[in-house]
Each structure stands twice: as C-alpha cells, then as structure tokens.
Design a binder for this molecule. Structure first.
Ligand code: ATP
Length: 362
C-alpha cells in the first residue's frame, strides 16, 4: 500500500515549562493521503497553525513523530523537507518582479538557468499571471499577490503544500474566486495540499477531507459530507452548519444503529458514531433541512409553535418552540412564486427525513 503523504503519530506540542506550559497539541494522530486536499478546521487557538508548523519543520514535537511518505521527518530542518508553505501575508519580496519572486527559491536550490526560466513560465501559466511577469510585486492587487505566492511555493514541486489561512486577507468575492482557483491548482499539480481555516463553509466547499480540531485535539476526520451529516461530537455538530440538538432515550442498539425515543414519546431510528459507548440518555442531531413542517394534527414525532419565519431567497427558516421545551429550526426550500406555507404563531408538527437523526458521542 502507498504511504500516507503525511502521518502524524501521537504528537503533543507544549510551549513553556511545566506547570505553566500551554499544550497546543494533545496527542494528535492523523493520516493525510497522497494528492489529497486536506483541511484543518477549528476555532482560533485550537492548534491548527502549530500542527502546520510542525509539518513544515519550523518547530518540533514535544512527543510523537511526523512521517512524510513513510520517513520520520520530526527533527529534519525545513529546507530538507519536500514541503512548502504559503503564508497568510504572502511574504513576497516587494522589490522583485513577479518572475523574480517565483525564480528565487529555484535559484537558491542551484537549478540551471534554463530550467528556472522554463519552470517560471510554467508557473506563470498555471496561476494565469503571464501578462504581469515583469511587474514589481508591490504593485499588485491582493489576489494577484496571492497567485504569485502560490506560484512561488509550487515552483520547486514540493510533495506537500501547506496553506495557512491563505485567503483571509481577500474580500469575499475574490476569496470565492481563489477557492476555486486553489482547487484547480491542487487538481492540476497533484500535490497534497494541507489547508488551514477557521471558516467552516470554506472547509466544506474545498476539501476532500476535513479534520475538525478543538483545544489541541482532532475530534473527527472525514469527508465534508461525513462531517456535516454524521458529526460525532457536540462541538463538531455546532461548529459546522446549523444544528438542532434533541435529548433522546436510546432504547436498543444494533449494527451501528439505534432505536430512540424522541421527546414526544415517538420512536425513531438513528445513526450512531463510531465507538459509541453510551447508555440510556443521549443527544441527537438533526440538520434543519432534513426536517419539514406539517399540519399539527398529523401525529408527527415533534410538535410546537412557530416563533419566527425568516425568508432567505432560496429557502425559509422556521424557528419552532417545541411543546416539550427547547427550540427546533426547520429549513424548507422555496418554490418560485409560492407563499410561506406556515406563519408565526401557528401550531405545527415536525417530520424528520428517514436516516436524518445522528446520535452524538457526548
Ligand atoms: P489561529 O486561528 O488564531 O491562528 P490556531 O488554531 O492556529 O489559532 P495555534 O496558533 O496553533 O492556534 O495556537 C494553539 C495554542 O498554542 C494557543 O493557545 C496559543 O496561544 C499557543 N501557542 C502557539 N504558539 C506558541 C508559542 N510559541 N508560545 C506559547 N504558546 C503558543
């Protein structure tokens, strides 16, 4: 079997000295596959940048190992690793031209002139900056600087490219454009990308797989769909997308699925997270678009009163106060020319789509 592009094994990183140290990473293990667009997603301070810096070699683990294509690189200096980084602030050389910036790293590696020129041209083409080849980088827009930074990092053809919130300085429209551009670059070069962001939407739209981090730990790794539809923990469910949490009784478990009793007394089937070891009470997740409102008399599994109706163009959000306590949001698609089917103050039932209930581990 091919080696993982990067394997992080039991890595802990602490700063300072005991007992006042800060544990930035706490026994983190993860495998990032070859040619993958892999995202580290989590709130500020969760340890994303620290993990990236350990992979780049700017810092070293307190405990554990980091392998690149099967080789232990934990203590190798950055310049000996086939890894490159694109920083948030681009870190371009302002007095050099676009071409000069891209060529710089290749010249440092002692590549022959003709090869440098060929690679610079190929990179300019890749990031669609041929026309600005001789421009000083200080005279470029944010988006153009970002492209140069990418071209410069890709030029030596690293095995792994690390990207630390590279789009955060761009305005929303440019950011969306560069998201697509990054996907294209990853696809065309076949280089493994490890991308850091705290923006859940960015992670969902760009990644092959996502690791959700909090407080120095990786809580869950999966495809965007896995993470969104099958969050294993409360933090993951809340951090990604809108979430309804309901308290349930687990009545029976078999083959990774559970039979539940909902707050109304109705029973339903649900998915269980890997390694679920709970008993009796649990919290379950239902995404707002996996439920719909129906007339109150239908004997539906949940019922309540509509508190609020918010029109969003493509869909409408209904905030329902449940009769047994708690709130529940339902998101329904709008038909063109239609009217809101339900209004504030109305008593309604809530139907949950089959297979849409996910039990949480905690
Ligand atoms: P952000 O999105 O804000 O950049 P992050 O998820 O990248 O956050 P890190 O920068 O990895 O988080 O920081 C993780 C924790 O480690 C934080 O509590 C931070 O204060 C701490 N930390 C990071 N670097 C150092 C350092 N050199 N010395 C001491 N503490 C540090």
């Amino acid at each position: 079997m091919a080696h993982a592009a990067i394997e992080v094994r039991g890595v802990t990183k602490a700063f300072g000295v005991q007992p006042d140290w800060v544990v930035a990473l706490d026994d983190v293990s993860v495998e990032i596959r070859q040619n993958e667009f892999f995202t580290l997603l989590g709130p500020s301070g969760c340890g994303k940048t620290t993990l990236l810096r350990l992979i780049a070699g700017f810092d070293h683990p307190t405990q554990g190992t980091i392998l690149l294509a099967g080789q232990d690189i934990s203590f190798l200096p950055p310049y000996r690793r086939p890894v490159n980084t694109v920083f948030q602030n681009y870190a371009l050389f302002p007095h050099m031209t676009v071409a000069g910036n891209i060529a710089f790293g290749l010249e440092m590696l002692g590549k022959p002139k003709a090869e440098v020129a060929r690679t610079v041209d190929a990179m300019l083409k890749l990031v669609r900056m041929e026309a600005l080849k001789d421009r000083q980088t200080s005279q470029l827009s944010g988006g153009q600087q970002q492209r140069v930074a990418l071209a410069r990092a890709l030029a030596p053809h690293p095995q792994v490219l690390l990207l630390d919130e590279p789009l955060s300085a761009l305005d929303l429209k440019l950011r969306k454009e560069m998201q697509l551009e990054l996907k294209r670059l990853q696809h065309e070069t076949g280089i493994t990308f490890i991308f850091v962001t705290h923006d859940q939407e960015e992670a969902l739209t760009m990644s092959d797989r996502i690791a959700v981090m909090n407080e120095g730990r990786i809580l869950q790794v999966g495809t965007p769909r896995d993470i969104y539809e099958h969050p294993a923990e409360r933090f993951v469910a809340n951090f990604i997308g809108d979430t309804n949490l309901i308290e349930v009784d687990v009545l029976a478990i078999s083959g990774g699925r559970a039979r539940l009793r909902l707050p109304s007394g109705a029973e339903a089937e649900a998915d269980l997270p890997d390694g679920y070891a709970g008993n009796g009470r649990a919290t379950a997740v239902v995404r707002p678009e996996h439920a719909r409102l129906v007339a109150a008399e239908g004997g539906s599994p949940l019922a309540g009163d509509i508190e609020n109706v918010v029109y969003f163009g493509t869909d409408t959000h209904y905030h329902v106060r449940l009769e047994r306590g708690g709130a529940f949001t339902v998101r329904m698609q709008n038909a063109r020319g239609g009217a809101e089917a339900f209004s504030t103050g109305e008593r309604v039932g809530i139907e949950i789509a089959p297979g849409a209930i996910q039990v949480l581990r905690d």
